[in-house]
Design a protein around this ligand. Structure first.
Ligand code: UD1
Length: 419
């Protein structure tokens, strides 16, 4: 159990070097098994989810090691095509190994993935697309068995731009005969990052970042070296923390275009924001105003992962903000916890209305999920007195040395770990 103790009310000042992206690293780690090859990845954050992916790689027979922020993988020794249930449960992204194993071994045996409980998280789109490419899939007794003697290219139309389904199709398509076209593809920067890795590995990919992506067969080059892009959600979280607590912080290495919708609302709330190449400077006096309406949408819309932290930043903002969540059915789990700090939030089905209060007071909270937990830390920084966030490890799944980063900006925050 992680226990986060925060004494709120301090301004945040200084420099935050944005960590590498968790959600870009994970599919690339899965892609490293597509052919016998060596991958060297820089700027990989040190996180529980990354550890889980490395454990899966080692279980499959690969050499996989992380030294600080560099990960080395040698996948010529892969011997397995099955992932045990205990490893699948550790995170949602374990499901991305399905497309990669199918491409490499012609078979993948796994179980439904774990990850944050945000409501139903089916994988029907993944399975339908793989079937369209020639895979036979049996689901029984909590196990998914995918087999394909030969995968063939297909023209796949996704009814919803699922990030995970787009990634799984991209990976499986690298072994297919003929071109695969994904229409209605997710356009997230993490998809572009995966496509860039695949190109470097020897796979023709065109259109990543648009809604139509074309993938050809991989002709492996033997080794790949890539740098992982900056984590737009970690950057958005720190930006929201500064907005809420007040302060003046430079986010270094940030790709502002990747979280411009978040910056747009923080500006509307009264923050002064300067963006320049890979630098974002954000100043806030901690007295924000409400921003009207926010709706989560697939990229390039406002990201669902930044919804809880933006909510936390606006708890004291003058006026009312209505946030509508359109991606996940159960992504307001942070709300009852934030109310314990004195926040006024009304829930209506898929919307939350936040009426800014004059002050928040410390309380003991339970982290409900990764981004919900981060929202509780952001709110604690803006609350008077001590806030304690009890966390079964959610926050460290996605944020690298988060207490250290916030402390270096002047926050009074301590993380203790109990067995
Ligand atoms: C990824 C991100 C997650 C982010 C989400 C949406 C990673 C590791 N995780 O998750 O942080 O919140 O994108 O931006 O990159 N859906 C189906 N059937 C499917 C697949 C998805 O109905 O087969 C639905 C989901 O239930 C959900 C929505 O589509 O309501 C979005 O899911 P998806 O884009 O697939 O998210 P993930 O890849 O799980």
């Amino acid at each position: 159990m992680d226990i986060w103790h925060i004494r709120g009310g301090r301004r945040l000042e200084g420099v935050y070097r944005v960590q590498g992206s968790k959600n870009a690293s994970l599919p690339i780690l899965a892609a490293s098994i597509l052919a016998p090859m060596e991958s060297e990845l820089e700027n990989v954050p040190q996180l529980r989810d990354i550890d889980a992916a490395l454990r899966i790689l080692r279980h499959l027979g690969c050499e996989a090691e992380q030294h600080n922020n560099i990960v080395y993988i040698k996948s010529n020794t892969l011997t397995q095509s099955a992932i045990p249930h205990r490893l699948m449960l550790e995170m949602r992204s374990s499901v991305i190994f399905m497309g990669a194993l199918l491409a490499r071994c012609g078979e993948a045996r796994l179980s439904p993935p774990g990850g944050c409980q945000l409501g139903k998280r089916p994988i029907d789109l993944h399975l339908a697309a793989l079937r369209q490419m020639g895979a036979e899939i049996e689901e029984s007794g909590g196990e998914i068995l995918c087999r394909a003697k030969r995968l063939h290219g297909a023209d796949i139309r996704l009814p919803f731009p699922s990030v995970g389904a787009t990634e799984n199709i991209l990976l499986a398509a690298t072994a297919a005969e003929g071109e695969t076209v994904i229409r209605g593809a997710a356009r997230e920067p993490e998809i572009e990052a995966l496509a860039a890795y695949l190109s470097a590995a020897g796979c023709p990919v065109a259109g990543a970042g648009t809604d139509t992506v074309r993938v050809g067969k991989l002709r492996p080059r033997g080794s790949v070296r890539r740098r992982i892009l900056a984590d737009r959600i970690a950057a958005a979280t720190v930006a929201c923390a500064v907005a809420a607590a007040g302060g003046d912080v430079e986010l270094q290495g940030a790709q502002s275009a990747h979280f411009s919708t978040v910056l747009h609302f923080l500006k509307q709330a009264g923050c002064a924001i300067i963006t320049e190449n890979t630098l974002v400077r954000l100043r806030s006096d901690g007295r924000l105003r409400a921003v009207g309406r926010v709706k989560t949408e697939p990229y390039p819309g406002f990201p669902t992962d930044a919804q809880p932290v933006l909510m936390a930043a606006l708890l004291k903002a003058r006026g009312c903000t209505r946030i509508t969540e359109t991606i996940f059915e159960n992504r307001f789990r942070q709300v009852p916890e934030l109310r314990r700090l004195g926040a006024e939030i009304a829930l209506f089905d898929r919307s939350a209305c936040i009426r800014g209060v004059d002050a928040l007071h410390g309380a003991v909270l339970n982290a409900t999920d990764l981004r919900g937990g981060a929202a509780m830390l952001v709110a604690g920084l803006a609350a008077e007195g001590e806030t304690t966030v009890c966390d079964t490890g959610h926050i460290r799944r996605g944020y690298e040395d988060f207490d250290g980063c916030l402390r270096s900006l002047g926050a009074d925050i301590v993380l203790t770990q109990l067995e």
